[in-house]
Design a binder for this molecule. Structure first.
Ligand SMILES: *[C@@H]1O[C@H](CO)[C@@H](O)[C@H](O)[C@H]1NC(C)=O
Ligand SMILES: *[C@@H]1O[C@H](CO)[C@@H](O)[C@H](O)[C@H]1NC(C)=O
Ligand SMILES: *[C@@H]1O[C@H](CO)[C@@H](O)[C@H](O)[C@H]1NC(C)=O
Ligand SMILES: *[C@@H]1O[C@H](CO)[C@@H](O)[C@H](O)[C@H]1NC(C)=O
Length: 437
């Protein structure tokens, strides 16, 4: 059983921001050697992360913060789905899309180390570069790297940039947004070292200017599958295949792994990975039903159906914390949950969570049924406990109520202690239980 306190660490992780003054290198005792093609994945709030909050917010503050980050994330994803190229850039602080997981990457010759955010729904790779206006203090000193080069407008990669580019005398430049931030970068190349693999001539955006607070302070390593993504650039090495095991929310050490390449566990269950040609960075799967306990809840098929024309369906995302279901699906799950709780009254809501109790929860599992995989969540993957008020909430919510809420997002809390394999060439998504710590 989970003691109320054991959940506390997760609740702090997105908390209050990545201070610009933090140093690049992680604590030497956390600097475990990585071997082969497997990277250690840290939570931004891990004791080993330089981005963990200095001041611990209250439980309620943390949950509300995570929900608000998720709302921004959902907005970003629905804009992507709707085919709008950029998410609206919010002004000022407050709306932020902080990264949840970071990995170590070494860039340049000699290598400079960065803790880059991983995001499986994004294709981008960018790093804050020296001289950047608005970046955190840790930047890539391109002038200190013998292998660095800026790509000009004639480079073939310049045409693959998903955003409008402009040509300066020396550089192919582009502007983009991430969360509430805007980014101006030059397309560049340098060698990238992940665990023990070296990827020469890796193309990324060298950030020259940024505004807002959402840019991961030491860069982004997108695991989407569009042009210029890590997967596209390393096809011969990794064959567009990777898996991750996201660290348990309960562990103080918050360490999981990202395994790149075709050497993957064999004992997995598989479901088809669907592709929306116009949203190539998103990993869609076919969610066919949801069980609460042993009961399959009654969800209209249209709420789950994949539709490449309007982007509807279900994605597996590492950047959203709590699963969001389109309203009819969420209402069906929540109503069955409440029915099973019987006389115990719903005690309260907490921000976007509307199903909270002060008595022990009797629902043992919730299962997402994909064709080929029953993803059965133990309680730790769908309940969130308050340490201070002994309240437990169902940690899922309805998609934000806007015109684009057609997307179901299976989020990171629901994926913890699970190895999730993305096998793009074979259009397969695999899952296996694993303790990630
Ligand atoms: C956390 O990791 C350190 C080494 O990095 C280890 O000594 C310690 O036992 C770990 N703690 C937990 C709770 O796993
Ligand atoms: C990018 O933004 C800068 C201002 O920050 C502007 O001068 C430049 O023209 C923009 N480039 C593109 C490609 O829109
Ligand atoms: C990057 O682009 C800016 C203009 O957008 C230019 O001033 C700067 O020199 C470029 N940096 C490099 C390394 O080419
Ligand atoms: C999932 O569970 C259902 C019963 O609820 C069962 O009929 C089905 O075969 C299971 N699927 C897999 C892939 O295990």
């Amino acid at each position: 059983m989970t003691t109320p306190n054991s959940f506390l660490p997760i609740l702090l992780f997105t908390a209050f921001l990545l201070s610009p003054s933090q140093a690049s290198n992680i604590d030497p005792k956390c600097d475990v050697p990585e071997s082969g093609s497997t990277l250690q994945v840290l939570h931004v709030n891990s004791p080993c992360s330089p981005f963990r909050p200095q001041k611990q917010p209250s439980w309620e503050e943390s949950v509300l913060k995570m929900q608000s980050d998720d709302t921004t994330r959902l907005l970003f994803l629905s804009n992507l789905v709707a085919g709008r190229s950029v998410a609206p850039v919010a002004s000022g602080r407050g709306i932020l899309q902080t990264p949840t997981y970071i990995v170590r990457a070494r860039v340049g010759t000699p290598p400079q180390t960065f803790l880059m955010a991983v995001d499986n729904s994004n294709d981008a790779a960018w790093l804050p570069c020296s001289g950047c206006t608005g970046c955190a203090s840790t930047t890539f000193a391109s002038d200190k790297s013998a292998s660095f080069k800026t790509l000009g407008c004639k480079a073939s990669q310049c045409k693959q940039v998903a955003h409008q580019t402009t040509c300066t005398a020396t550089a192919c430049s582009f502007n983009t947004t991430y969360g509430s931030s805007s980014i101006a970068a030059n397309l560049s190349q340098d060698s990238l070292k992940l665990a023990t693999d070296v990827i020469p001539g890796y193309t990324f955006g060298c950030i020259q200017k940024t505004t807002g607070g959402s840019v991961p302070p030491q860069g982004l390593l997108g695991l989407g599958r569009g042009p210029l993504s890590l997967l596209s650039q390393t096809q011969s090495l990794y064959r567009s295949t990777f898996s991750y095991c996201l660290p348990s929310f309960k562990s103080l050490n918050f360490s999981g792994s990202l395994r790149l390449g075709p050497v993957q566990p064999v004992r997995m269950k598989f479901t088809q990975l669907l592709r929306n040609p116009s949203r190539s960075s998103l990993y869609y799967v076919n969610l066919v039903a949801i069980k609460v306990g042993r009961k399959i809840v009654d969800i209209p098929a249209s709420a789950l159906a994949f539709d490449a024309t309007n982007g509807a369906g279900t994605i597996i995302d590492s950047g959203t914390v709590f699963t969001r279901l389109v309203e009819p699906a969420y209402i069906a799950v929540r109503n069955e949950f409440r029915r099973r709780m019987g006389k115990a009254a719903v005690v309260s809501s907490l921000g976007g969570f509307d199903t909270c109790y002060s008595v022990p929860i009797t629902i043992p599992t919730i299962t997402f049924m994909f064709k080929g995989i029953n993803m059965t969540l133990p309680q730790d993957n769908f309940l969130i406990h308050s340490a201070s008020s002994s309240i437990t909430c169902l940690a899922m919510a309805a998609s934000p109520n806007n015109v684009n809420s057609v997307l179901n997002v299976i989020a990171s809390m629901q994926q913890q202690n699970l190895r999730v394999l993305f096998d793009v060439p074979n259009s397969k998504l695999g899952m296996a239980r694993e303790t990630c710590t």
